[in-house]
Design a protein around this ligand. Sequence first.
Ligand code: PHE
Length: 445
Amino acid sequence: MKIARFSRIGFIMAAAGSAVGLGNIWKFPYITGEYGGGAFVLIYLVTVLLIGFSIMIAEMLIGYLGRADTVSSFENLAPTRKHLWKFGGFQSLAGLFVMIYYSVVIGWIFHYIVSALFGLPSSVDEAKTVFSTMLHSDFKTQLFYHTLSFLIVTFVIARGIKGGIEKLNMVLMPMLFIIVGVMFLYATTLDGFHKAVEFMFKPDFSKINSTAFVTAVGHAFFTLSLGMGSIMTYSASLEKNANLVKSSIIVVILDTAIALFAGLMLFTFLYEYGGQPSSGPGLVFISLPSVFYQMGMLGNIFAVMFFVSLAFAGLTSAVSLVEPMVQYFIDRFSWGRKKASVMTSLFFYIVGIVAILSHIDGYSSYLTWGSRNFFDWADFLTAAFMLPVGGLIMSVFVGYVLPKSQVEKVLRPQLGRTFEVWYFSLRYIAPVSLVIVMLNLVGVL
Ligand code: PHE
C-alpha cells in the first residue's frame, strides 16, 4: 500500500480525534444521566481499563502489522484460512452505518451554532419546542446541514492522510481541548460543581440493570473508536518504530478525560441553573441551550463555543468512520482516492436522509420498527452489537490466531513485564465479557 505516513504527533492527534467525538460530549453525559450517574460511570471506566485498553492495543497491532486496509490486513496476517479471516476486516462497514446518524447529528450541531449566534431559547419548554420542531418537521434544515457535513467529510478524506486527515486533527483537536478546558475551569468555580462530582462519582447500583450494563460496555467501545476498523486503518500508516502502547495510553487518557470533563461541566451547569441530569438525547440540545440563556451574555458566548467544540469533535471522528472503507476501495479495487471518498460518502449521505425522514411527521410511522425508528436502530445496532462483535473478532484473532511469537516481538519491548497481563486480558477477560454483553443484548432486544 503506497500511502503517506502520519507524523508521530499526527497519529496521536488523529487517533485521539477519532476517539473524542459526539460519544464523549453528547452521548456520555446523557446516558450517564439516564442510568443514574456514579455506578454507570464506574462500569464504563472499568470496561475502558480492562477491555477497551487491551483491544485498542490489539487493533493497533493488526493495522501496524497488516499495513493495509482492514480486509487485506486480516488476510495478510491470518496464518491459515485467509479467505475466512478477511471477513473480520468488514467490521469497517460499521463505521459507515454509524455515519448514517452521526452525520445527521453533526448537522444539528451546525444548525445550533448558527442559531446560538442569534439568540437562545429562554426556557426548557421553549428549547424543547425548538428542538422537536427541527426534528419532526424541519426536513429542509436537517438536509441542508447533513449535506454540509457530508461535503466537509468528503473533502477532507479526498485530500488524503497527510494533507487532509492529519491536518484537520492537528488544527481542530488542540482547539477542542482549549475550549473544553476553559469551560470546565469556569464550571469548577460554580456551586453546582460539587453536586456534579457527587452525581458522577457516587455509585448507586440500584440503577444498574442489564440494559445499563450493555450500554456502558457498548459505550466504552464506541468512545474509544474500537471494533470498526478506524484505529486499525490509521495504524496502517504508522511509522515502523512506532510505540503502540504509548499511543494507546495517551488516546485512552485523553478520551476519558474529555468525557469526564464534559460530563462534569454539563452537570454543573444543569445543577447551577436548575436543569435535570436525565433528559436523554436532547440533553445538549434542549436543557443546555436554556441553561446558557440564563447565564446572560456569557451564556451566548459559551453556547457558540460549546457547539463549535462539539462540531470539531464530531468531524474528526466522522473522518475516521469513513476512511476505513475508502482505504478498502483504494487498496482492493485500485480506485483513486477522490472517487473512493465520494462513492463511500454517498452511501451514508443517502441513507442518512432516510434517518432524517424517520423523525419527520408523516414518514416516521413507515420507518419505525418496534420501539425504535430507523435513526435509533442505526445507533443501537452499531454501538451495542457491531462494535462488540468487531472487538470479539480482534481479541480472538490477536489472542489465538496470530502466533504468540509474532505478537510478542512487537509488544514485549513496549509492554515489558505487563505483556502477560495484557495477553491474558485479551485472551480471557475481553472475549468472556463481550460474550456476556451479547447474551445480555438478546434480553435487551
Ligand atoms: N469514538 C467516537 C465518539 O466517541 C465515535 C467513533 C466510533 C469513531 C468508532 C470511530 C469509530 O464519538
